[in-house]
Each structure stands twice: as structure tokens, then as C-alpha cells.
Design a protein around this ligand. Sequence first.
Ligand SMILES: [Cu+2]
Length: 73
Amino acid sequence: MHQFPQLVFAKDGFPLDQPYFADTINIAPGERYSVLVQPDTPGAWVWHCHILSHVERDTGMFGMVTAVIVQEA
Ligand SMILES: [Cu+2]
């Protein structure tokens, strides 16, 4: 996720013994990770897979990408 540090705190629904901050996480097929972010900067932020063939092609972005909209409180 762009802009906000993410705290990885669980894998496949089970809490981690040692939560950690990570910019990117390697996720194998079928795995799930849970993260916490503190969205304290308003704007439209991109959250996407870093395997570019999963998110980008000649016509633009697609697939494993979304926008997180943060509004003023
Ligand atoms: Cu991917």
C-alpha cells in the first residue's frame, strides 16, 4: 500500500508472535495476511500487487489493484 506503513499482524487468521512493519509482503496462492494501517493523510492511494503482470498491461492498470480513498475526518 502506498503512503501508509502497514503492520503485518496475522497470517491466515492466526496472530503472529512478532508483528512487523513491511512495505511489501510475499503472498503465496491461498495465503492471507492481515495488516493494520493508520490512514491519516487524505487522498487517493494505490494498493496493488507488485508482480507487474498482475496489475499492468499496454492499456493501463487492471487486476490486483485498488484505490484507497482517505477523506478528512
Ligand atoms: Cu499478484
